[in-house]
Design a binder for this molecule. Structure first.
Ligand SMILES: *[C@@H]1O[C@H](CO)[C@@H](O)[C@H](O)[C@H]1NC(C)=O
Ligand SMILES: *[C@@H]1O[C@H](CO)[C@@H](O)[C@H](O)[C@H]1NC(C)=O
Ligand SMILES: *[C@@H]1O[C@H](CO)[C@@H](O)[C@H](O)[C@H]1NC(C)=O
Length: 479
């Protein structure tokens, strides 16, 4: 780090020590406890206020020099070895995004709460997520140079590691592979030991999102991409859910630091005013998370799922449905880039080796966990009568970005498959929604023919605690 950057980092440390960022244990939260919302639940006005505040931090005090925002990105790179693949991964990022949030509040003079992005809910077709739309963060970088050219941050020019445009590279190309599903995330609640939970969550699920979005997001300067804060707010929310899980110790913290000392709640969290113990309870930092039941575009997920009848029904006359056919392979899952399958969950792609190494993880260990995750997806897809809240049949908004491109959609359960023909011109959201409702009402037909190759329930596959969490959060009905 040259002297100039050193000076800046000192300035940044001094800034974060301002009283505004302090909600540490023993101190009151002058404005009470705020609630961090899911990004898609924000009103247009609140979304704009958040985006405007981020842009204020991105505006350099002096033209051509790093902004306060740039310094945050630089700090993240500085903690490469202390806050990644270590026990500090969760508390450090909690402290860091809290400091960022307090700066948003300070520069805007408004009580802006950091939104989170429930990417597990968008996991089956993440490129269609609302976060990648024009009114939010924009989509993939353009093929020529990776620059993001739409969305609210298209003009943003990060300074570190060298000044240029904000870049993304979905799967190092054009598509964006699936993320870990809502069930996969909650399956981690089986791990009762803090550091086991932390390590299983950090890699692969948290890492996959960085790796798949790519470019800035898969580097140690990932905060260059403003989506970083929403990704890590969700990671933080999952930790806080784990902490509040009955039977878990909310203050659990253990593991070994890089300098081989035992991880301690007295350890300082770099670039923040906090020690680990100050951040174990989010209320000490003056925030909690809103629960997010997963609706989208004003369409309740339950309106689709609840229309699944227990017995076979006939289709509406204007929709043609191929007879129930034998699926070629009862245990096959859709390919990562298959967007026609509405019922089954997909496997995330394996992490790239250079990304694993950048994070000091062991490639063999990650490959082993990826294999376990694939086995779990296989078992989830085989549960009789279970439809994931993340399954595309429950996501008319994501399906809208897909359906126009193909002539038909399929739903596979066990060893059986239904195919529905998409009427030409089915492009508006009402039509898509109706189509999915019709598809849903045909699931009874499908179920009737399924040869039951699994008697497992959700709790058998992901554990009772995780199943309870999925059900209570996403309102899942059966199994
Ligand atoms: C070892 O690392 C921890 C965590 O960063 C730190 O709190 C502690 O002071 C370090 N111990 C020594 C002896 O450097
Ligand atoms: C499906 O499999 C069953 C049992 O193997 C067989 O009897 C039936 O003919 C198959 N149906 C189709 C459409 O291939
Ligand atoms: C499969 O088995 C389960 C448990 O025995 C049962 O509840 C379910 O109705 C069966 N599903 C079908 C499609 O036969």
């Amino acid at each position: 780090m040259h002297a100039f950057a050193k000076l800046l980092s000192l300035a940044a440390v001094l800034t974060v020590l301002s009283p505004l960022s302090l909600g540490v244990a023993g101190q009151q939260c002058p404005n009470g406890i705020g609630v961090r919302p899911e990004i898609r639940t924000l009103s247009p006005g609140d979304l704009k206020a958040f985006i405007d505040a981020v842009k204020l931090l991105q505006t350099p005090r002096n033209r051509g020099q790093p902004s306060e925002y740039d310094n945050f990105a630089m700090q993240h790179n500085q903690v490469r070895t202390i806050a990644h693949n270590t026990p500090q991964f969760l508390p450090w990022h909690r402290a860091y995004i809290r400091v960022f949030e307090s700066r948003l509040q300070a520069v805007s003079g408004r009580r802006i709460m950091l939104p989170f992005w429930d990417w597990s809910f968008d996991s089956q077709a993440p490129a269609g997520s609302p976060v990648f739309q024009d009114n939010m963060f924009g989509g993939n970088g353009r093929s020529s140079d990776g620059c993001v050219i739409n969305g609210q941050f298209r003009d943003w020019r990060p300074v570190y590691p060298s000044p240029r445009c904000l870049r993304r590279s979905f799967d190092r190309g054009a598509s964006l592979s699936p993320f870990t599903s809502v069930e996969g995330i909650r399956s981690l609640f089986r791990y009762r030991d803090y550091n086991t939970f932390r390590t299983q969550f950090e890699f692969p699920p948290h890492g996959q999102v960085h790796n798949a979005i790519g470019s800035d997001f898969s580097s140690m300067f990932s905060p260059n991409d403003p989506l970083f804060w929403l990704h890590h707010a969700f990671v933080d929310k999952i930790w806080s859910e784990w902490q509040r899980t009955p039977g878990n110790n909310p203050n659990a913290y253990n593991g070994v630091n890089p300098n081989r000392s035992q991880a301690s709640v007295n350890d300082q969290l770099a670039y923040t005013p906090y020690r680990v113990r100050d951040v174990l309870d989010t209320r000490n930092l003056c925030y909690v998370y809103a629960s997010f039941g997963g609706f989208s575009g004003g369409v309740s997920r339950r309106s689709v799922t609840d229309s699944v009848p227990r017995t076979a029904t006939s289709l509406a006359p204007d929709v043609t449905l191929q007879d129930v056919a034998n699926a070629s392979d009862a245990t096959a899952r859709p390919a990562a880039d298959d967007q026609l399958e509405l019922l089954q969950l997909r496997d995330p792609k394996p992490l790239s080796e250079d990304f694993i190494r950048m994070n000091n993880y062991d490639v063999a260990v990650v490959r082993q966990r990826e294999e376990e995750a694939r086995n779990m997806v296989k078992q989830l897809n085989a549960i009789p009568n279970y439809v994931s809240p993340a399954a595309l049949i429950n996501r008319p908004d994501l399906a809208l970005n897909i359906i126009g491109k193909h002539g038909s959609l399929v739903a596979t359960k066990g060893n059986k498959r239904l195919r529905i023909k998409v009427p030409t011109g089915a492009k508006d959201s009402t039509m898509i929604h109706n189509l999915l409702r019709k598809m849903a009402s045909s699931l009874g037909t499908l179920q009737k023919h399924v040869v039951n190759n699994s008697r497992k329930t959700l709790a058998d596959v992901i554990g009772a605690t995780g199943a309870q969490s999925v059900k209570s959060i996403y309102g899942v009905r059966s199994s």
